[in-house]
Ligand binder design. Structure first.
Ligand code: ATP
Ligand code: MG
Length: 385
C-alpha cells in the first residue's frame, strides 16, 4: 500500500517542519518549491519546482495527492479553484485562504460580529486620499498614529506602517500596491496568539493561549503559559474559536489577538489570522502533546486530532534572525554548549540581516528561566550583530 500523500504549496521552513512531522506519521510530503526556495528542499525528496501561480506546476503537485495544503498565502486563487472544481481536495479551501487578505479578514470578521479594530479599506484609488482623511477624523483620536497595512503581501511587519495623521495623505497618494487597510493605533497592553485546528466536519481543538512579543513589528518571542489570568485566556480562546468558525478553516489556523486598554481587564481584539501553521506555534513541537505540524497533517487528512496540553510547566521560543555575519550553522555547537537543553531549528536559509533563519525552543518548569535560556541560545546562534 502506498502512503498518504500531502502536497504543500510552498517550500519554506513551514513545509520543512511539516515534513519533519510527516515522517513518523507515515505520511509522504510533496512540496511545490520556487526555484530559490531553500527551507524544505533539504529534507523533502518529492519536490516539484515551480512558482505557486504556475498552473501546470500546481497540477503536477496535486497529481495522485490525497490533499493539497499550503505553507504560505501567496497563491493564485483562480488556479486553485479550478483544481478544486476538477476534484482535487484542497484544505483549507480557497474561501478560507481569502482570509489571509487583511481587508477581507476585517470585513468578514466585522460582519460576523467579532471584535476588530475600527478600520477602513482604501480600494477606490479615485477617493483614497479623501476616504483616508475622513477615517482619521472619525476614528483616530488626537495624538494617536494611524496604522496603514497592505492588504496582501506583507509579513514580519513588512507592509505595516505607523504614520502620523499628517503623513497619511502623501503616503496614500503615492501608493500603487494592493488596497490599504487603515486602523487607529490601539493602546496595546499585550499580544497573544491562539492556534485552532479543525477537521473537515468542524471538530476543533485549541492549544493553550500563547504570549507573543513583537520587536519592530516582527514576532521575536513566544511564551507558554501566556502570563494572563484565566478569564483573559478564556476570552481569547472564545474569540479565536469564533474566528476559525467564521473563516471556515480546516487544518491549523493561527489567530493573532491584541489585548487592549485596562491591563487588569483587557479587551480582546482580533489582529490577524493566518490559515496555516504559524511562527507563533513553533513551541508546540516540543512544548505540547501534539505539535501544530502533526496536527495540521492529521486535520487535512481528516484523521482524529491529538491532545494539545503542555508537556511541562513552561516553554519559550525565540526566533533566530540573520545578522550580516556568517552562517549560523557554524555556531550550533557553541549554542548547545551554553544551553544543552535547547531545541535548535535551523531552516537551511542563507543568513541576511532581518531574515528569520531559525528558532530555538526551551521547555522547562518555569516561564522566566525558559525565556532566559532560549534567548541565550538564540543569541549565540545569531552571532554578533
Ligand atoms: N492597530 C494597531 N495598533 C497597535 N499596534 C498594531 C496595530 N496593528 C499592528 N500593530 C503592531 O504591528 C504588529 C504587526 O502587525 P501585523 O500582525 O498586521 O503585521 P504582519 O507583518 O502581517 O505580521 P506577521 O509578523 O505576523 O507576519 C502587530 O503584531 C502589532 O504589534
Ligand atoms: Mg502579525
Amino acid at each position: 500500500m502506498s502512503p498518504p500523500v500531502v502536497a504543500v504549496v510552498g517550500g519554506g521552513q513551514l513545509a520543512r517542519m511539516l515534513a519533519e512531522a510527516a515522517s513518523p506519521l507515515g505520511v509522504r510530503l510533496r512540496v511545490l518549491a520556487a526555484p530559490g526556495d531553500e527551507g524544505a528542499s533539504e529534507v523533502v525528496t518529492d519536490v516539484v519546482v515551480g512558482a505557486p501561480d504556475d498552473e501546470a506546476a500546481l497540477a503536477r503537485l496535486a497529481e495522485g495527492a490525497d490533499v493539497v495544503t499550503f505553507d504560505h498565502e501567496n497563491v493564485d486563487h483562480a488556479a486553485l479553484e479550478r483544481l478544486e472544481a476538477a476534484g482535487v481536495v484542497v484544505r483549507p479551501s480557497v474561501a478560507t485562504l481569502r482570509c489571509s487578505d487583511k481587508a477581507h479578514q476585517r470585513r468578514t470578521f466585522a460582519a460576523a460580529g467579532l471584535p476588530v479594530p475600527d478600520f477602513e479599506v482604501l480600494d477606490d484609488p479615485a477617493s483614497a486620499v479623501e476616504d483616508a482623511a475622513t477615517f482619521v477624523g472619525r476614528a483616530v483620536p488626537p495624538g494617536s498614529r494611524v496604522v496603514v497595512k497592505a492588504s496582501r503581501g506583507g509579513y514580519d511587519g513588512r507592509g505595516v506602517w505607523m504614520l502620523e495623521p499628517d503623513e497619511l495623505a502623501r503616503f496614500v497618494a503615492d501608493w500603487t500596491g494592493a488596497p490599504l487597510v487603515l486602523e487607529p493605533e490601539l493602546p496595546l497592553v499585550g499580544e497573544v496568539a491562539v492556534l485552532v485546528a479543525r477537521r473537515p466536519g468542524g471538530q476543533s481543538v485549541t492549544w493553550p493561549v500563547l504570549e507573543t512579543v513583537q520587536v519592530d513589528g516582527m514576532c521575536d518571542e513566544v511564551v507558554l503559559p501566556s502570563g494572563w489570568p484565566p478569564e483573559v485566556e478564556e476570552r481569547a480562546l472564545a474569540v479565536a474559536v469564533a474566528v476559525a468558525e467564521a473563516a471556515g478553516s480546516v487544518g491549523v489556523l493561527a489567530v493573532e489577538l491584541f489585548l487592549v486598554g485596562d491591563p487588569d481587564d483587557p479587551e480582546v481584539v482580533v489582529n490577524e489570522v493566518a490559515p496555516r501553521v504559524h511562527n507563533s506555534g513553533h513551541l508546540t513541537i516540543e512544548g505540547c502533546a501534539t505539535s501544530q505540524f502533526a496536527q495540521h497533517l492529521r486535520a487535512v487528512l481528516d484523521w482524529p486530532l491529538g491532545p494539545t496540553d503542555p508537556v511541562a510547566g513552561a516553554a519559550t521560543m525565540v526566533n533566530v534572525v540573520g545578522s550580516t555575519d556568517a552562517d549560523p550553522r557554524d555556531r550550533q555547537a557553541d549554542a548547545l554548549a551554553e544551553v544543552p537543553e535547547a531545541h535548535l531549528h535551523l531552516y537551511g536559509k542563507q543568513a541576511r540581516p532581518g531574515r528569520k533563519i531559525g528558532h530555538v525552543t526551551v521547555v522547562g518548569a518555569h516561564r522566566e528561566s525558559t525565556r532566559r535560556r532560549a534567548r541565550t541560545a538564540a543569541e549565540v546562534l545569531a552571532g554578533p550583530a
